[in-house]
Design a protein around this ligand. Structure first.
Ligand code: URA
Length: 213
């Protein structure tokens, strides 16, 4: 980290997303670096006010080094565009930066060590809104903001608010798009939840907060 101590004053966080990416691209903190093809640090707008957080790279992401480029990513991109957002408007990353073999669930030790990169990315971006895709992402972000997490089906589509970075931050947990592909009966609700997300963004931009795309 490039913190600059200054006469006993608070450390200034000068870290950038590029610094974090460089570290991720050399990471050997867990075994996943041995089985991955490419590291998947995250992509998007470095000034983004909205960050989407998924679980971990899948097969396509592992090959390309970019999050959400497979079938779940296509659905995500389509729903973003339905509310007027392009991938370039937001930042997209995952809790894990390497693909777990056969897309198994992340292990708690992996989440612990790799989640530190996500925390640092969020501390640089300081978003106004974090959209959690799926239960692993939601439970990590809820923990980070000290909000009790029950289950994704209970919280999904509800907006939570917390204080961080000296401002109010909104957290919106949603189902993972892969879950919606797997269970098409969730699709209608999912589209409705994206519509509400569009309304939140529209409302906030009218109130002249930072959602001004
Ligand atoms: N699923 C995720 O959680 N993240 C990706 O990047 C792709 C699929």
């Amino acid at each position: 980290m490039n913190g600059i101590p200054h006469d006993g004053l608070q450390m200034i966080n000068m870290e950038t997303l590029e610094d974090i990416k460089k570290e991720i691209l050399n990471c050997k903190k867990c075994q996943l670096h041995l089985t991955k093809t490419k590291y998947v640090p995250g992509v998007g707008n470095k000034e983004a006010r909205i960050v989407f957080v998924g679980e971990a790279p899948g097969r396509e992401e592992d090959l390309k080094g970019e999050p959400f480029v497979g079938s779940a990513g296509k659905l995500l991109t389509e729903l973003l565009s339905s509310i007027g957002l392009k991938r370039d408007d937001i930042y997209i990353c995952n809790v894990l930066k390497c693909r777990p073999p056969n897309n198994r669930d992340p292990l708690p030790e992996e989440v612990k060590v790799c989640g530190d990169y996500l925390i640092r990315q969020l501390n640089v971006l300081k978003p106004d809104l974090i959209v959690c895709l799926g239960r692993h992402s939601a439970s990590f972000i809820f923990d980070l903001f000290a909000i009790p997490f029950t289950s994704i089906s209970r919280v999904c589509g509800k907006v939570f608010e917390a204080e961080k970075w000296n401002k109010k931050v909104k957290i919106l947990p949603l189902y993972h798009p892969a879950a919606v592909l797997y269970r098409p009966q969730l699709r209608e609700d999912y589209e409705r939840q994206f519509k509400s997300l569009g309304e939140i963004i529209g409302r906030e931009s009218k109130q002249k907060t930072l959602f001004d795309y």
